[in-house]
Design a protein around this ligand. Sequence first.
Ligand code: NDP
Length: 245
Amino acid sequence: MSNLAGHVAIVTGASSGIGEATAEALADEGASVVLAARRAGELETLAERIESDGGDALVVPTDVTDEDDIDSLVGTVTDEYGRLDILVNNAGVMLVEPLERASRENLRQMVEVNLLGLMNLTHAVLPVMQDQDGGHIVNVSSVAGRRASANVSGYNATKFGVNAFTEAVRQEVTTQNIRTTVIEPGAVDTELPTHITDEQVLERLAELDMPMLAPEDIARAIVYATLQPEHVNVTELMVVPTGQT
Ligand code: NDP
């Protein structure tokens, strides 16, 4: 029997990168995975792959900035499975630029996706986990949630917020058998930087010869936290490429 057999996991941002790899890794451990993001086509392709490998996947197109989508995601999962064991709040955007040139739309989007979306979805799943006497909330933060840097102020603010929110919620729900984990990746080779528009930031990134992790490296860390015995709560994991300074 697989270790997560009978467990149900929502993964946000499952249409690419870390979320896609995490959904596959959780499915490999036997969990039923609920794939949430905006790009329904990518989610369908992933669901087909998981199911052709013998897993179980449910596609629920979701914009985490939309409160109706969040409630309908949680409602669909409880209607379909009657339980929810793991929430991986992974959806995120990184629109880095110096503040003096920053667009307010980019700042708003980072707060709404990276922080408010994660907070609202956590709020929506708590009653389900409380009713079933347990669950696990995994929030994907970043090294940028631990260390602030020039040109990253808005993104830093959201990821520091994720770390603070997760620790505060941990203290509220840990006695209810609900675990919380913050994952802090270093550089991972995904689509994340492709949405950056600031020319100077893009030029600097192109010049960097930086070691990168694969999305699967972070998925393994998430699976590690979820596979611990129930009395063990891995609260925080920072995973960076060897060689990243
Ligand atoms: P990707 O760009 O590959 O993935 C981001 C995911 O977020 C996509 O699946 C996207 O799906 C989803 N997303 C964006 N906006 C929304 C929205 N409004 N509603 C629902 N889903 C949304 O990047 P990564 O895999 O790298 O990023 C995953 C997480 O990892 C992010 O939180 C990021 O901050 C974090 N991280 C990444 C690092 C890296 O170096 N790559 C380093 C540290 C942390 P869609 O567009 O279909 O909605």
